[in-house]
Ligand binder design. Structure first.
Ligand code: SF4
Ligand code: SF4
Length: 353
């Protein structure tokens, strides 16, 4: 791995050069205080001063709906028309870790060609960030990343230190080598180390993830789940915003007047009622409490035994999104002995202020 330096004023020239290579995606401000990844042509739209986007970058690789193949009576034709060369700029370490989790999931037992093809054609250009009160990535050890990117930009105000993580990343630098400097002065290194130390101290929220797998087991039949289930609105938002969630549904969409059917794939959420419905009208997880328990079993227990890490990268999206304050922090705190009523008491106080 090599690290080079780039003056801040060179960023636009660099983006200009790389945007000729592939479709450029980056964070853009939406509304008052929200951000979203989108294709950018006008670089002044890019806002790197963000904490988290509404949806994680997996939405770029796996769109909320796409056609998987066309089927006739005798054959099927795969459809990869949604896959194209992309450069995704400005991804934070937690979201890069989310993609690494997806990589494992989508190639663990049966390879998912749609995800893997999209991933192969996407270059990941990470960017450093600063935590807010919802960020838990220090607890998940995903506040820094050692892999999963082609380039990674650490913002040190008037310059960037740029980690080169792949030969493709190196090729991007070679498009405009004059924008980069190979020599990193001692004062630049000191600035970076100070920035790291200050950032580590800026985290204000944490979860004891090490204990969570055991607590999920020990509290599997705890009444806390019924309480959480009562409050849950079953809106599915926590699932849609999570960078490691990957459930989908497959729909047969006949094309009227044609002799084929489109087989499409769309995001689904295990927190939604119909997710566990089967033919005949049975539903194995009719109760919201059971669906929440499934979600958190995956996050806090099942992924650890399968992949060695929780399926939480600490992005804080479920905290920022759930309208009734059920999220990885409040659920973990409940499992750890906190009374969940306190969350809703706090909410009602905030509402009446
Ligand atoms: S569980 Fe919540 S904090 Fe963890 S990765 Fe998913 S959305 Fe982010
Ligand atoms: S936990 Fe919150 S965000 Fe998730 S489904 Fe329930 S109400 Fe919606």
């Amino acid at each position: 791995m090599k690290i080079v330096k780039m003056k801040r004023e060179n960023l636009s020239s660099f983006l200009e050069a790389i945007s000729r290579e592939a479709e450029l995606w980056a964070p853009v401000k939406k509304g008052v205080d929200t951000h979203a990844f989108q294709v950018v042509k006008d670089f002044s739209e890019i806002d790197l001063n963000y904490t988290r986007t509404i949806l994680p970058p997996r939405k770029i690789l796996v769109p909320s709906r796409f056609n998987m193949f066309q089927a006739t009576k005798t054959e099927y034709t795969p459809d990869f028309s949604h896959v194209s060369n992309k450069i995704i700029f400005g991804i934070h370490p937690c979201d890069i870790s989310g993609l690494l989790t997806m990589d494992k999931f989508y190639s663990y037992a049966i390879e998912d060609p749609y995800y893997l093809e999209s991933r192969k054609k996407a270059m990941i250009l990470g960017h450093s960030c600063w935590p807010d009160e919802h960020c838990l990535c220090k607890s998940t050890n995903t506040h820094i990343v050692e892999e999963g990117y082609d380039l990674f930009f650490t913002d040190l105000k008037d310059f960037y230190l740029v980690w080169i993580g792949s030969t493709q990343g190196d090729d991007l630098i070679r498009l405009v080598p004059d924008l980069f400097e190979g020599e990193i002065a001692d004062q630049d290194i000191q600035r970076f180390m100070q920035w790291r130390e200050d950032r580590d101290k800026a985290y204000s929220s944490e979860i004891n993830f090490v204990a969570m797998a055991d607590l999920m087991e020990l509290r599997y039949n705890d009444p806390v789940w019924a309480k959480l289930g009562e409050a849950c609105l079953a809106c599915g938002s926590c699932t849609n915003v999570c960078p490691t969630c990957n459930c989908y549904n497959v729909e047969d969409r006949p094309v009227l007047g044609a002799e084929h059917s489109n087989i499409s794939r769309c995001w689904d959420a295990c927190t939604l009622e119909n997710y566990s419905g089967v033919a005949g009208g049975e539903n194995f997880r009719e109760k919201r409490a059971d669906r929440l328990k499934l979600w958190y079993t995956h996050k806090l227990q099942a992924y650890i035994s399968k992949y060695g890490k929780p399926a939480c990268v600490g992005c804080g999206r479920c905290i920022a999104t759930c309208p009734v304050d059920i999220n990885i922090k409040t659920v973990s705190d409940s499992l750890d002995g906190a009374n969940p009523d306190a969350f809703w008491n706090r909410l009602s106080q905030e509402v009446t202020k």
